[in-house]
Design a protein around this ligand. Sequence first.
Ligand code: GDD
Ligand code: MG
Length: 368
Amino acid sequence: MQALILVGGEGTRLRPLTSTMPKPVVPLVGQPFITYMLEWLRSHGVDDVVLACGFLPDALVAVLGNGEELGIRLRYVVEPEPLGTGGALKHAEELLDERFFMLNGDVLTDVDLTAQLALHDRAGARGTLALVAVDDPSAYGLVPLAADGAVREFREKPGPEELIDTNLINAGAYILERELLAGMPSRGTNFSIERDVFPRLVGHGLYGYEADAYWLDIGTPARYLQATYDILEGNVQTEVGARLAAAGMRLIDGAEIDGRVAAPAVIAAGCRIGTHATVGGRSVLGRGVTVDEGAHVEGSVLLDGATVGARSSVRGSILGPRSRVGERCQLDAGVVLGQGVELGAHNTLTAGARIFPGVHLPDGAIQF
Ligand code: GDD
Ligand code: MG
């Protein structure tokens, strides 16, 4: 089975992490985000993936190559300029099979695609959308269903005055028959599958599969941390989550540990944790991360080569690659440091402060 994944968005809401790398390769619990999608697809029989890129995918190609390591055939299609979700599909038409999955490239989920496919077959559908229930559906595509599973309406991000009686949203995972492409705007046109295609398909073979599954759009730092915690706690089914559980909730790959590691935690090779330092309770350390004496790291992600100075505390925060936190700093509640940021000693950052790549702050510069 084949899948087309849309990875053309710029990921602006995830800055400063995405200032230096595209969203699909941002590491999530030790592996590029997109590999979670690839593992999930593979577990449902997908062996051929086309990545629809809105701009040059150098960083993606460098990390994923032709997919050999993942056991999937990977191909890249690059739009001359971003063509929207519909335009991206049409642009990839030549490579597509008679039937394929189409996916938004920014969701972490374990939706049962095999069951979705069975429903698609049973209904004789031309298109079947995975749907999930969420508390606040307004930021998504709303999709009320009829009793027989047919889509009654597709309304992308309705305004506050438009009342739609459902909490089912488009999860960004579709099964489509290739013949549908014949009825779409021509190749090279910028259009939206959510606004320009799905509403018109209502009543013409468009079905919904209501999934009872984990689902999260990882578009913001808060959601990125949530996704991290959910993988560590096994709230979403992933391969790394299974390995972590099998290892007693601490996966430590050749680190030098004098302090303490509290579960759940994933610690990559080459990390150093100093005496009386504590790391864990939902933390992830990338390769070569240093946490100095007496420092405390909790509920945080420290990407490759990040360092935390002695007696500093880092909670609920994300430290970009090779960022450095000086001694006796406090980072709390959603702080994000971009790649290579250097914080001098005695800085206090909180409440979602985002420091952009390469910025250097002197000792005691910020005290929130
Ligand atoms: N190739 C390509 N070209 N990909 C694109 C383009 C483009 O021009 N524009 C967006 N994408 C990709 C994004 O990278 C993302 O993976 C996916 O298409 C969806 O775009 P988003 O910008 O993330 O849309 P959204 O999150 O606001 O809304 C969509 O996802 C929701 C679920 O997360 C819609 O599909 C909603 O209906 C849905 O509920
Ligand atoms: Mg999105």
